[in-house]
Design a protein around this ligand. Sequence first.
Ligand SMILES: [Mn+2]
Length: 489
Amino acid sequence: MEQRSCRAWAVEEFGAAQLGDARRRARLITMATRVAQNPGGHVSSVFRRSAERQGAYDFLESKHVVAEAILTAAVDATNRRAADFPFVFVPLDGTSLNLADLARAKDFGSVGSRERGARGLKVVDAIALAPDGTPLGIATMKWWARGQRASRNRGLRPAAEKELQHWLDAVEAVTDSMKRVAPDTRAWFQIDREGDAQYLLEKLAASGGLFTVRSQSDRKLSTTGTVLPGAGRHPEKRRRYLRPYMYRRPPVAHELLEVPARGDQPARLACVVIRTASVVLHMCEKLTSKHRTLPLNIVWVCEYGRGERARSRSGKTTSRALDWMLMTNHSIDTLEDIRAVVHGYTQRWRIEDFHRAWKKGACNVETSQLRAREHVVKWATVLAAVAIRAERLKHLSREQPHAPATTELSPREVEALILLKRRYRKKNEEIGDQTPDLETATRWIAELGGYTGRASGGPPGTTTIARGLAHLHIAAETLDAIKSPSRSD
Ligand SMILES: [Mn+2]
């Protein structure tokens, strides 16, 4: 496995950025290295040397540097990693950044409900994961600022005018960039209920990739499987609905599913019953009232004890029970196929983990004080790449606990880690000179970041790891300055 010091990672991630000038590329690599060493959302707190800080501001504010070029470099790096696999999971989701704009003088838009008046940017983004769940990097990002008001007649506006267009663009961008860099790898999109839209399903079906989308509302089924000639008026009697249809299907499997902790709900094992069917969806183009059909496979994952209800923090009554009506174009012929679909959808959670690391834990992108949309997008793209790297480190430490720490840390960082650990060791701990394994190193790093193992009872999370890493990098840098005072990058 490759040596992954921060600088080596930054070169791998951004070394091919097309910025029209080698000095700009060098600046981007230096910036990414520093952010990886010392993640944070506030530009001035990430760069400790004043020349670097000024260089970073110049770079972010330069009109010669377009955000798209930074993104393309990162996405290509992701796809080079993806090329090793027959397929990669691509969770696709939407989120927004809340950004300070008290005077409403910046080119941001409203986020959240309009009454609350929050400002910021909206983004639809995707990440790629290896078949074993290892994060590979950013797969795409589509940014926009919402306009003044929502227009009426939502259902009747063509897709291009809706936010849905950004989802369509994101699918296309992922597909195109993968074709270019990893032509033999298929994307397997994983999308939650937000993505249950006719145009998006059609786009995914035409993309050549695999997809799984969780169904939002009950859908009409076509009983004929073909479009009727002159299908303006569809005979009501022939319609069936997906959910009642699936209820009548016999269970194909009973499984235990690990559900990670979410909000105020602790992690649990869910007992689920799985039913499957191959169906043809009956859809209606709202503008023209034309009927269309889409053949799909359905995997319905439903937890026992449905109806068990809990009051969430917001006071809303929500059902704890898992109920996934998954629409997919993956085969469901064998139990193995069906399990692959269910497992694939559990990987969708990873983009939420990434969003948390990006917005809160490691990178705090929302604390950026940058003044213009384009500057924020550039900065947020670099932070996103760093946040996924942090997720990758977390994942590897859990999945490959016995790999040596040098697979993810530079020798100097390992040296500093051992010195610090010796300093902060518990009374009964004996710390030798040998390189610790990844699991041990990650725990030590997290301990530097305040991890005690008591709060969650689980392995260290991204926040404590990122805090510990920032601490470690300062120590490694100091050690480096003492031991090889002439060298500097
Ligand atoms: Mn979502």
